[in-house]
Design a protein around this ligand. Structure first.
Ligand code: DGT
Ligand code: CA
Ligand code: CA
Ligand code: ZN
Length: 591
């Protein structure tokens, strides 16, 4: 997020609108080009937004764009863009947001077939009229159909990174309310799910302070609609107008305000999952107890013990409730009714502080933003002891992948930097493409020169299960490969990725001593939680990496760790959490 991202999104949207309206050429290109430059611009443009000369000095920014940046800084919007957008049916932007559809095609659908929404588009596919458009072959139509199906299946769920940023903003506000003792996140976000339906907050306050807290929640600038407004229970719809190319983010948020003495039972209840709560209630019943959001009570056969003055056995803390149920305290990430109630003690799940190494990162040599030195300093400042630099391989032309000669030079530069920079060990690696047939994108003699080989699928992600399995197994069996990067290639809410039989992948990885990556980027989180669980159970190693293309990407580590925890991952099975010596020995064992 931030000003640059906001302006870039607005300009990008304007360029798309122009294209939908039939403009082409310079004006369209100017907007999308400026958007790209501004999104990546290292300095916050807000500080120079009124300085037209300075703005025009930026490559790709002309006078017209500079004026729009100034306007956006002042008013938070671009009037001309809004005027143009009003000429386009609102539903057309949803069509444009579908994976694989660009403005030109969407314009043709609108102009030729009167398509104004995703529903219209579905009908046009079903009645065959879409096939009448130029360049609309059966394959293209099938892809569009799949994009629609995918968009509707994931509708309304927000990626964890976006949800976290919004939740932190809300937390900060509520924590400032006078008389509010505590505010915490509950629900799926606390459990670290990859996508979030709505945000759940729990506050501790009483009387006037409780009302102030609820009032503060309902009157935040971002509240678009209030759905429920009680003294201790509120529900709102938020609209956050920043950061995303696909327009504002809308997400629901619930707030409960409770007195301190029932905080534990309320937090347990509102953290969920629902099915975990069901299991806990069953467990309570077996012990002649009854559990609800107000506490764990002796079961006297009557409902609502809390309103009849029955004293709870436990209610102030989650720990006291788990204890009274004869259970170990269960971390929120595993409260999913996936066997956690069978545990005899609290599992020692992986934590962010356990990780000493990041083994997948990109520099300016391919599509990263930082130089080797900058990346090394950034990783060091975040406490890493080992960093593998793994730029893209030659087939990744769009990502400026390295031809063998450039890679050899790059290896030299990394080794030189390693000898110069103290306090962090730099490893020379590559994120080498797993080509469609399973062959790697460099010859073995070159791969053997690298300290770390991360092999990843990037292209041909719509393979059949049979082809995908053959491809990935071949990469896992390759003796020079250490890590399989983002093994399915899925993108959350956008692309399903390769259809893998995870148990077979896991078995092969365990056999060949290859680690499977949990890519921490919240667009990927690949492997996903259930796959991690399969890997842990199947005895495979895992590797949590940020896949940093920029300094800020290291901030995504918590999402990767949460995904690991949701898969019951412990530090001993995660190579990034091993001691430096053990990790380096393991890497060297494949050379
Ligand atoms: P989400 O929002 O779809 O990502 O998933 P959650 O788990 O945050 O679900 P949500 O927001 O509907 O409910 C929050 C928690 O409240 C849920 O995890 C468990 C608790 N809860 C327990 N029983 C019920 C129930 O019957 N209805 C609702 N709405 N919540 C319940
Ligand atoms: Ca929720
Ligand atoms: Ca909720
Ligand atoms: Zn990468």
């Amino acid at each position: 997020m931030g000003f640059n991202a906001d302006v870039a999104a607005a300009l990008e949207r304007m360029g798309e609108t122009l294209e939908l309206l039939g403009e082409s050429g310079f004006k369209v290109v100017a907007h999308s080009r400026a958007a790209r430059v501004i999104r990546d611009y290292p300095q916050d443009l807000r500080s120079i937004a009124s300085d037209e000369k300075a703005l025009v000095g930026i490559e790709g920014v002309g006078k017209g764009i500079a004026k729009k940046i100034a306007e956006f800084a002042q008013t938070g919007k671009i009037a001309e863009a809004d005027k143009l957008a009003a000429q386009v049916p609102a539903g057309l932007f949803d069509v444009l947001a579908l994976q694989g559809l660009g403005p030109k095609t969407v314009r043709a659908m609108w102009q030729e077939l009167g398509i104004e929404s995703v529903a219209d588009l579905s009908r046009a596919i079903d009645d065959g009229s879409l096939a009448g458009l130029p360049r609309m072959g059966a394959k293209t139509i099938e892809n569009i159909r799949e994009s629609i199906r995918f968009a509707s299946a994931t509708q309304g769920r927000t990626r964890i990174g976006t949800a976290t940023a919004i939740a932190e903003m809300v937390l900060e506000r509520l924590r400032q309310v006078e008389g509010v003792d505590r505010v915490e996140i509950a629900g799926s976000l606390r459990r670290g799910r990859e996508t979030i339906g709505d945000l759940d907050f729990l506050a501790v306050a009483q009387g006037a302070a409780a009302e102030r807290c609820s009032e503060a929640f309902r009157t935040m600038d971002e509240v678009e609609r209030v759905l429920a407004a009680g003294e201790t229970k509120s529900s709102v719809q938020l609209k956050i107008d920043r950061g995303s190319r696909s327009g504002p983010v809308r997400i629901g948020a619930d707030l409960r305000v409770v007195p301190a003495e029932v905080f534990g039972s309320a937090w347990l209840y509102f953290t969920g999952s629902k099915s975990h709560n069901v299991r806990l209630r069953e467990r309570a019943q077996k012990k002649k107890l009854t559990l609800n959001e107000y506490g764990l009570f002796p079961d006297d056969g009557e409902p609502a013990p809390q309103s009849r003055g029955v004293k709870p056995r436990a209610s102030a803390t989650e720990t006291s409730i788990y204890k009274a149920l004869g259970l170990p305290v269960l971390p929120p990430e595993i409260r999913e009714d996936r066997g956690e109630l069978e545990l005899k003690e609290t599992p020692a799940l992986i934590e962010a502080d356990d990780l000493i190494a990041d083994l997948h990162a990109h520099t300016v040599a391919s599509d990263g933003r930082l130089t080797i030195d900058e990346l090394a300093q950034e990783a060091k400042s975040r406490g890493y002891k080992v960093l593998a630099i793994t730029d893209h391989s030659q087939s990744q032309a769009i990502a400026n992948g390295l031809k063998p000669d450039r890679l050899r030079e790059h290896i030299g530069a990394i080794r030189e930097a390693d000898s110069r920079i103290k306090g962090i060990r730099l490893l020379a690696g590559s994120e080498v493409d797993i080509l469609a047939g399973g062959k790697l994108d460099y010859e073995d003699d070159l791969l053997a020169e690298l300290d770390v080989v991360v092999a990843s699928p990037h292209l041909a992600l719509k393979q059949t299960e049979k082809h995908a399995m053959k491809r990935m197994l071949r990469a896992i069996e390759h003796p020079l490969v250490h890590i399989i990067g983002h093994p399915t290639g899925r993108l959350i809410n956008r692309r399903e990725g390769l259809p893998l039989v995870i148990d077979e992948i896991v078995a092969a990885a365990a056999e060949h001593d290859v680690a499977l990556e949990i890519n921490a980027n919240d667009r990927r989180l690949d492997l996903r939680d259930t796959h991690v669980r399969a890997a842990v159970e199947g005895g495979a190693l895992l590797s949590i990496n940020c896949d940093a293309h920029d300094a800020g990407h290291f901030d995504m580590l918590p999402y990767g760790v949460a995904t690991g925890r949701r898969g019951w991952l412990t530090a001993d099975r995660c190579i990034n959490a091993w001691g430096e010596r053990k990790l380096l020995n393991w890497l060297a064992s494949k050379r």
